[in-house]
Design a binder for this molecule. Sequence first.
Ligand SMILES: Nc1ncnc2c1ncn2[C@@H]1O[C@H](COP(=O)(O)OP(=O)(O)OP(=O)(O)O)[C@@H](O)[C@H]1O
Length: 270
Amino acid sequence: MTTPLLRIDNLHVSFRVGKEMIHPVRGISLQLERGETLALVGESGCGKTTLARTILGLQAPSSGSIEYEGNDIAGLDRFRLKRYRPHIQCVFQDPFSSLNPRKRVEQLIREPLDIHQIGEASSRLKRAHEMMERVGLPTDWGRRFPHEFSGGQRQRIGIARALVMQPDLLICDEPVSALDVSIQAQIVNLLWELKRDMGLSYLFISHDLMLVETFADRVAMMYKGEIVETGPAREVWSNPQHAFTRRMIDAIPVPDVTRPTPPAFRIDAD
Ligand SMILES: Nc1ncnc2c1ncn2[C@@H]1O[C@H](COP(=O)(O)OP(=O)(O)OP(=O)(O)O)[C@@H](O)[C@H]1O
């Protein structure tokens, strides 16, 4: 049996808020195989981002394990995490706030290489330009600042920055929910192409079951800090087992094909 790329076992995360303890992640177990796209779907506040932050080492778990290629990385200090961290990168939800507005785009993309002191300055810049090309941005835009780009282009910058470290696992935390619907499709297509060409694995966090249905291999439904249902995306979609999944599917608007075309779009015969 091969070792999964990521294996999470009975993970708990708690925060103290004033005098209260809250428990956003309650005993989550899941695994992600190499080359797989696992969508983590749940409504706002169910603990998706907390789980992502814990995998990335930005949040300490209260208990449980997170194994990356069989090595437990849960709660490692920064020094020991450094060995694994380049392999796991993240694309954030908001391309407007996740990029430092004072840095030029090529600087932003090469920054992870600078931090980890990988290669010479010239080779880092070359790699940043390669990544820009890979995500569909002209390299001569590298001297521009983030505010000179549209939302979709900024998300491409975020993806290039995540890819520059040549990760195996990309955690995409609602990567398209801040974008217009037409741009969402472009970014999802780009992520799909990158996965195909670079052999990436994705943990794709979303509140939108319809978006992930075609993109993900498997779906894990998260509800109030727990995984309530996991399975191949189409199976979960066509035969939901949990009441929460059924509610999410029922909430998806269905186009009413019986409604007449609005007058403004109708072409009259005479
Ligand atoms: N650092 C923190 N301190 C205290 N509470 C937190 C912290 N981070 C998250 N929470 C709380 O934990 C719960 C889960 O939040 P989380 O952001 O993980 O949910 P989410 O499913 O990603 O939601 P969304 O889709 O809205 O981003 C929420 O009640 C949130 O207020």
